[in-house]
Design a binder for this molecule. Structure first.
Ligand SMILES: [Zn+2]
Ligand SMILES: [Zn+2]
Length: 192
């Protein structure tokens, strides 16, 4: 092989490597999407469709005739009551992950906010309103509500500490050293 041929060979190798990495990424994304979809469908109907229908029905039953329903992109709070926009929103991710029973309770929780009014937040009046419409009247959610998994798992090579994170950062283990220490650099793996 002469110099030019070697250069072209290297170029082709790099190109193949890039293509392989890209295809792997596409396959990972697809697997993640399919898993989410499988978790969402119960009895042939997506939970998100069931949740929307349930929300609209319950809102009508409790007199919120001029209120709207939407999904939002939150991952840590289940639902939200927007008094100004007169809209109740639910987290699409949490609806997909959890049982309809939890979603139903969350819808009633938000309806109670709408009925009690913006000034009451989670006070006694709100709680009474919530219980009167059949909500458990608990704060937004307890330990029984599932949250989406982080995209990444970090682990400490020294003490074995692991945690899930939404984003990958360059940091060291907080258990082994309170300040950044490269000896305890966390190792990251992508969750599927
Ligand atoms: Zn609340
Ligand atoms: Zn550690």
């Amino acid at each position: 092989m002469n110099r030019l041929e070697r250069m072209m060979q290297r170029c082709a190798n790099r190109e193949a490597e890039r293509e392989r990495a890209f295809n792997e990424k596409v396959a990972r994304e697809r697997a993640r999407r399919e898993k989410r979809h499988a978790e969402n469908v119960i009895g042939g109907t997506p939970k998100t469709d069931q949740a929307k229908e349930l929300a609209l029905t319950l809102m009508k039953v409790h007199g919120l005739h001029d209120w709207l329903f939407e999904f939002d992109r939150a991952v840590f709070r289940y639902g939200c009551c927007h008094w100004v926009r007169k809209t109740i929103t639910l987290s699409r991710a949490l609806v997909e992950l959890n049982l309809m029973q939890e979603t139903g309770d969350c819808i009633l929780h938000e309806i109670a906010h709408a009925l009690a009014g913006v000034t009451h937040w989670h006070d006694k009046h709100w709680k009474k309103t919530a219980k009167s419409i059949g909500c458990t009247g608990t704060r937004c959610y307890g330990d029984h509500v599932k949250q989406p998994r982080g995209k990444w798992t970090c682990s400490c090579p020294v003490c074995g500490y692991t945690a899930e994170r939404r984003k990958r950062t360059k940091s060291s283990c907080g258990k082994c050293s309170p300040t950044f220490d490269p000896r305890f650099l966390l190792i990251w793996t992508e969750n599927l």
